[in-house]
Design a protein around this ligand. Structure first.
Ligand code: BES
Ligand code: MN
Ligand code: ZN
Length: 511
């Protein structure tokens, strides 16, 4: 997709569709009035009849008149003072989604400076006009993701795949704006790469295929790749990782991607490892899940897909950044060789775990992956996992729950998220609940009762880290069961942008 930043007046821009924001409170009225005049007063008419009021994500497609673009798309953004980072991201995505099924190869989005500057003043997340433009561009790219087309040639109502994205900024088409738009596009493409892989069915993506996909990503983006098979993983002592995959004839693969020189540190003396849960299907194993919605568990590899894509995105934006992505991939099935409840297994870090429930498998493979990352020299850890149903019950589909220690490190992850319009809520690691993880025969069990189970999932993982660590539980936010005006049903790509932003913090301080 080509990117163009245009300094022309919006009505002079040559595009198939010109999209523009419509605030609910009449802000920017002066700017929109010239457009209205060129549309023979259609904008005013549409507002009066209630067709385009500025209500967030309300839209109207209008025929162009004295405009170079033959079609215009007005998209409501709500109150202009609340146009923050998240609103900007969703505005960009809503433009694309609204054009589903329409013919559009060259999409122009007009960013009136009056609106962006007004928004900047009210934006909760800070950020100037360039930051908002980055998010709008990222949204427009993410809006192009169409899960229905993975296994079919054509899908009715699919969003148009753009040949050119034109950002129209008559008063502010600076180099900084161009760079911001480019960054937004690259992060959006990375998010979509994660979503597409996460969305694929379990009969298509086994652990071996996930490793092949990671290898292909490594080739394309100039990363080093290492795939540890079952024999070596066993030799190395990754017994928790190996315990989960035993029931399946699709053998485990432990995937490692690296950018930068081996064990190199970034400008802050750090080596960040991003660890992602890669359960290609989670039936629960012997502790089998109910049939209802079990098909969603093909998404249980989303964390792995996200870190694999994020390291590629970082390599595009800042080649050579020291960074690791670790993605343990397994399939969790019941079978004659499956791990049983009550089995006792020694982890890579030497701790002994009683596997009380084989459906709490994510924490088992993450445990060994976190230990491995530290052994490989990681100084900072962040993991991403569809770890619990409890996190969805607690926070729903809009907020990712997480843990982090020390507090500074959590705060850094949180801030990276805020800049990329991703929302997190920190859950406390309440030390007293460790008592519920006590085992008669081992150092601890992997579950420990329903009460406070979200906290306990964090406490379990904490047993396997000694370095600054954050855990992002995307059990609620990784996929949507219903489409929204800004996103398709299915994989959301959540945390990809946060990880990229976080990794680039270290990279930029190197310069
Ligand atoms: N992959 C699931 C978590 C999950 C469930 C994510 C539903 C998204 C939607 C995870 O492996 C799991 O099964 N967790 C159990 C843990 C329990 C056995 C302690 C859960 O949440 O029920
Ligand atoms: Mn499970
Ligand atoms: Zn799982």
């Amino acid at each position: 997709m080509e990117i163009r930043v245009a300094a022309e007046q919006p009505w002079d821009v040559d595009a198939d569709v010109l999209a523009f924001p419509v605030p609910q409170d009449g802000a920017g009225e002066a700017v929109l009035s010239e457009l209205d005049r060129r549309l023979d007063g259609a904008l005013g008419d549409y507002r009066r009849v209630g067709e385009l009021t500025g209500k967030a994500h309300g839209t109207a497609l209008l025929r162009g008149r004295e405009t170079a673009a033959p079609w215009l798309l007005g998209v409501g953004i709500g109150e202009s003072s609340s146009f923050d980072a998240l609103a900007a991201l969703r505005f960009g995505a809503a433009v694309e989604r609204r054009l589903g099924g329409r013919v559009c190869e060259r999409l122009a989005i007009w960013l009136p400076a009056e609106l962006l500057n007004g928004a900047r003043a009210g934006a909760a997340n800070g950020g100037g006009a360039d930051d908002l433009a980055e998010l709008i561009a990222r949204g427009a790219v993410e809006g192009q993701h169409e899960p229905g087309s993975i296994y079919r040639d054509s899908v009715e109502g699919a969003p148009p795949q753009l040949r050119e994205l034109i950002v129209v900024a008559p008063d502010g088409a600076t180099d900084g704006l161009r760079a911001a738009v480019q960054r937004g596009v690259i992060i959006g493409e990375g998010g979509n790469r994660a979503r597409r892989l996460a969305q694929r069915a379990s009969n298509d993506v086994s652990p071996e295929v996930l490793a092949d996909e990671a290898t292909a990503v490594a080739r394309e983006f100039g990363l080093q790749v290492e795939v540890i098979g079952p024999e070596r993983a066993t030799e190395m002592g990754m017994n928790l990782f190996m315990a989960v995959g035993r029931g399946s004839s699709n053998a485990p693969r432990f995937i490692v991607l690296r950018s930068g020189e081996q064990a190199a540190k970034d400008g802050e003396g750090r080596l960040l490892a991003m660890v992602g849960k890669g359960v290609t299907f989670d039936s629960g194993g012997i502790s089998i899940k109910p049939a209802d919605r079990m098909e969603e568990m093909k998404m249980d590899k989303t964390g792995a897909c996200t870190v694999i894509s994020a390291i590629a995105t970082v390599a595009t934006l800042a080649p050579g950044t020291p960074l690791m992505a670790v993605a343990p991939a397994v399939e969790n099935l019941p079978g004659p060789h499956s791990t049983r409840p009550g089995d006792i297994v020694r982890a890579l870090n030497g701790k002994v775990v009683e596997i009380q429930n084989t459906d709490a498998e994510g924490r088992l493979i993450l445990a060994d992956a976190l230990t491995y990352a530290e052994q490989q020299g990681a100084t900072h850890l962040v993991d991403v996992a569809t770890l619990t149903g409890a996190v969805e019950r607690a926070f729903g589909k809009q907020i990712t729950g997480g843990f982090g220690t020390p507090q500074d490190w959590w705060d850094e992850v949180f801030q990276a998220g805020a800049r990329q319009a991703e929302r997190y809520w920190q859950v406390p690691l309440v030390e007293e609940y460790n008592a519920d993880l006590d085992s008669w025969y081992a150092d601890f069990v992997n579950t420990g009762g329903a009460e406070g189970s979200l906290v306990k999932s964090g406490l379990f993982l904490q047993q396997f880290v000694t370095k600054p660590w954050a855990h992002l539980d995307i059990g609620g936010t990784a996929y949507l069961r219903k489409p929204t005006p800004w996103a398709a049903r299915g994989a959301t790509g959540v945390t990809h942008a946060t990880l990229v932003e976080l990794a680039l913090n270290g990279a930029s301080s190197a310069a």
